[in-house]
Unconditional design. Sequence first.
Length: 318
Amino acid sequence: MRTAAGDALAWADSRRADFALGEDALAADGEVDRSWKPLGELAQVCATVIRLTGPADPLHARARGLLDFAWQETREGELFLRLQRLEPFATYPLEVYAALASAGLRHPAFEQAAAVVARTRGWRLTEQDPTRRLGVLRAEERCGIHRFGQAPPELPQTWLGGLPEPWTFGRDAGYALTHVVFHLSDWGRDASALPPDLVAYLGDWLPPWLDTCLEAGLWDLGGELLAVAAIVARTTGEDIPVSDWGRLLAARGPSGEVPLDDRDLDEIAAGPGSDGDRYFLHHYHSTLMAAFAAVLAGARPAERPAAGRRPGGQGAPA
C-alpha cells in the first residue's frame, strides 16, 4: 500500500502545473471543475496524509509539499476572500478553504467575511441535496462558523443514513455514501465519529458493492469505497473482507496514475501525450483517491469497538 500511495502522490506532484489556478480562477464564467475543484481535492487528501503519517515519513513530506503548494496557489488564502466578495453565496470557496484550514492554514479575514454571509437567511436556506449540505455544515464547523439554533439533522435524509435496501446501490448512491462517511469522519481523521448502525451496515454490504465496482472497472468509485473500508476498519479494529487491491493496481498507468474507469480504454492506452489536459482530468481524482485509500489502509488502529444492532432483513431499517 505504501508503494501505491507513494506512486500516486509522486504523480500528483509531477502534475503541479495542472493543479495550479489559472488566470480564470476569479472569472465569473470560470470552470470551477477545472480549477478550484482539483486544487481542493489535492488539499483534502494531503491534509489527511499528513495527519496519519509522521514527519519523518516520505509520504508526509510529499503531502506537506503539495499542501504548501496549494496554499500558495490561493495567495495564502487571499483569493478566497476575493472570490467570496465576487460570489458571496457560493459554497465551494468555503469547502475548498476548509480543507486547507483542517491542516492549520488559515485566513482570518476570509473566515470573518464567510461568517457574516453564513448568518443570512439566504445562505441558510440555499437548496442543496442532503449529502452536499452535510459537507457544507462540516466546512462551516472547520472554519469556526456556528449556526444559530440546532443544525438540521442531515444524516437521516442521505441515502446511507436511511440504511437502504442493499440492492438499491448504484453509482450515484455509491458516491453519495462515500462522501457521507468522509464528512462524518473528517476525511478519515476521526473514524470514531461514525454512528454504530452505519458501521454495522457498511460492514455487511460494502464488500459486495466494492466487488461489483472493481469488476466493472469503476476505479474512481472503487478507490473511494476502499477508503471507506479503511475508515470503518479504523473504527472497529477489524478488516472488512473486501477484494484485494489487485484489480485497482493493475489498472494504473506507467507513473502510478489511476484512470476514472475503463470506459475509454483507447485514451488510457494512448497515455498522457495524447491530450495532456484531458488525460489529467480523467486521472487526477481517481489517483488521489487511490493515495487516500492506501494511506488510510496503512493506518488503522482500533479507535472504539463497534456497537449497536445490525439492520434487519435485506439491509432495511428494522
